[in-house]
Design a protein around this ligand. Sequence first.
Ligand code: FAD
Length: 382
Amino acid sequence: MDFAYTEEQKFFQKVVADMVEKVVEPKAEALDESDDFDHDLFREVGGLGYYGLRYPEDVGGMDVDTQTFAIFIEEMAHGSFGFATAAMMQCLMGTHFLHRFGSEDIIERLFKPAIRGEKISCIAFTEETSGSDITGTRTIAKQDGDEWILNGKKMWITNGPIADFVTVLATTDPALKTKGLNFFLVEKGMEGFTYGQVLHKLGARGTVTGEIIFNDVRLPADHLLGEEVNKGMEYMQEVLEEIRLMTAALALGLARAALEDAREYARVREAFGKVIGKYQLIRSKFGECWTEFEAAKLLVQKVAWMIQNKIPCGNEAAMAKMFATEMCLKAVDEATRIYGGNAFAQEYPVQRYFRDARFLLYGGGTHEVLKNFLGSRYIGRL
Ligand SMILES: Cc1cc2nc3c(=O)[nH]c(=O)nc-3n(C[C@H](O)[C@H](O)[C@H](O)COP(=O)(O)OP(=O)(O)OC[C@H]3O[C@@H](n4cnc5c(N)ncnc54)[C@H](O)[C@@H]3O)c2cc1C
C-alpha cells in the first residue's frame, strides 16, 4: 500500500492551496456576511479550469484522478466553506448528468460554459415534504408526444434562484416510488420556471439557496437526462459514492482550518501566566482532533482509491462521509473552546467554521439515515 501523494498530486495541492490563499480566502468573510453569490470569484476560479477537473479533456475537462479531485475540494473548504460548496456543486452534481446524458447541443451550449464558470448550475432533489426520502418526490413529469411537462416545487436548492440551468429530480408516477424517478434539465427563461422564497442560512453562506417552482414547464425530449425513462435511481446510485467522498473532503478542509487557527491562538493566548498551549488539557484537544483528522483522511484516501479503481464502495463512502463530518464537528467545537469568549466574536473566523460545519450533517445523507443503512448492511437480511 502506498499512501503518499504522487509528485503530480503534491504539485497540484500546492498550486490549489496558493490559489485559494490568494483568491478565495480573502473573500471568505464577506461571503459569509452577505450570504450572496460572488459572480466574479466564481468566474475567476472557473476560468482556471477547476470546475472541469473530473471530466475528460475532449469536453474541456482536466480528467484528473479522484484523489486529486478530493484534494481540490479539501483545499477549497480550507479557504471558504461556503464557496467550496458552490464550487463542488459546479464540479459534480450540477453538471454530472449533463455530461453523462446531454445531447451535443446541451454539451456545447450549457455544459462546456458551466465548467468554464460562465454558467451557474444546480441540482434539485429536496422538496418541502421530502428530503432524505426521495420516494416522497412529488414533482411530476408527464409525457406529451415527444415533450415533457413538469410541475412541482423544490426547496433548499443551492444556487437554484440564480442558476442558468437546473438538473431536477421528478417522478413520472409517485406510486412507482424509486422506479418512477428521472432527471430533467430545466433552463433559465423557460416559461413556467420561477423561483420563490430565498432562505437565510446559518452557515455555508455565499450561495443563494431557496425554492424553485415549475408550473407547466414544457421540456424538449433531450431534456430527459437518461437513456431510458424511470432509471433515475440507478443513475443516482452511480454517483452517490463520489458525492459522499467529496462531502468528507469538505469536512477535512474545514477541520484543518479550525485546528490551524486554534493552534495559532493557543500559541499566543496567555492565562495564569502561561500560553494556553502549554496546558495539558489544551494539548490533549489537539492530540485527539489531529488523530481523528488523520483517520478521516485515511478513509477519504481509501474511498478515492476505490472509486478510481472502480471498486464498489457504498459502505466505505458512507463511513467516510459520516466519520469525517463527526471529526469536523468535534474539531470546530474544540476550536471554539480554545478561543474562549473570543469564539463568540464575529472578528474571528472560528465562529464561521462552527456554523459552517452543521451543513455537513445534511449534505450527502443525514447520519441517522447513513447509520441505518450501514447497520442493515452489516447485520444483513433478517
Ligand atoms: C445549506 C443547505 C443546502 C442544501 N442544498 C441542497 C441542494 O442544492 N439540492 C437539494 O436537493 N437539497 C439541498 N439541501 C437539502 C438537503 O439535501 C436535505 O436537508 C437533506 O437531504 C435532509 O433532508 P431533510 O432536511 O428534509 O430532512 P428529513 O429527511 O426530513 O429528516 C429529518 C430528520 O429525520 C431523520 N430521518 C429521516 N429518515 C430517517 C430514517 N429512515 N431513520 C432515522 N431517522 C431518519 C433525519 O436524519 C433527520 O434527523 C440543502 C440543505 C442545506 C441545509
